[in-house]
Design a protein around this ligand. Sequence first.
Ligand SMILES: N[C@@H](CCC(=O)N[C@@H](CS)C(=O)NCC(=O)O)C(=O)O
Length: 290
Amino acid sequence: MTEYTPPKVWTWNKESGGRFAAINRPIAGPTSDKALPVGKHPLQLYSLGTPNGVKVTVLLEELLALGHAGAEYDAWLINIGNGEQFGSGFVDINPNSKIPALADHSTDPVTRVFESASILVYLAEKFGAFLPAGGKARVETFNWLFWAQGSAPFLGGGFGHFYAYAPIKIEYAIDRYAMEAKRQMDVLDRHLATSEYLAGSELTIADMATWPWYGALSAGALYDAGEFLDVASYTHVARWAKQIGERPAVKRGRMVNRVFGAPEMQLHERHDAGDFETKTQDKLNPPAAA
Ligand SMILES: N[C@@H](CCC(=O)N[C@@H](CS)C(=O)NCC(=O)O)C(=O)O
């Protein structure tokens, strides 16, 4: 391993390398003047179909499936690879410059909501769904919601970064975060052995925050690390992940703002419920006849 002696004061004098190096910087704030588009629905979501983005689109689709018409939304694509999270309009609604961010135009003035868990709680409370009103189930929902928010960065920013994205493979870093990723899967597995969903017998926003990360890992769809982390051994996580993944609203939520994978699964922007039938990438760009 190359030895590195940190200087007295760290300075930003080179790109760090690896995937996403071009968008990483040590300062906050906007880099360009750019207003955000606003569509016809009360809720305007600015996002991308990463695990953090999927949490919110799954909840919105579940709310609509329950009949909450006020949960209709426009989902605009924020391409973080192009630095769109640093536009002034986006920074106005999320000073942290990360997707997802939500603007609720049904309130006066417009309510901005950022941080995926804050968005989940805001919407669950607004519509009175997927967050138990009281008692043990509400506490358990918050326990697991905060667990997911605190744990996933070690899976994504820690394990995923060093296993899949870093320009060099560092055994020390991969060991450290593989150990933590497996420990987290075991935490979930032991709990889900005796609990249908994370907070008990009902699907809640805790599952919606956790599933996009740990459900994807369980399915071998995250960082191509299924074999490396032996995810098949976490059988209770696999049962829970499959059960959630089969819900029609979850299937729709996964497609929104998705810009990778099979074209029929990619709905870059969602402005109408009918878009799932007509605006996926396979429909917008049909393959040319041979
Ligand atoms: N704690 C935040 C994390 C959001 C986050 O990390 N978003 C990533 C995409 S998954 C992002 O926008 N990255 C852009 C950047 O770091 O510049 C949340 O839960 O909302």
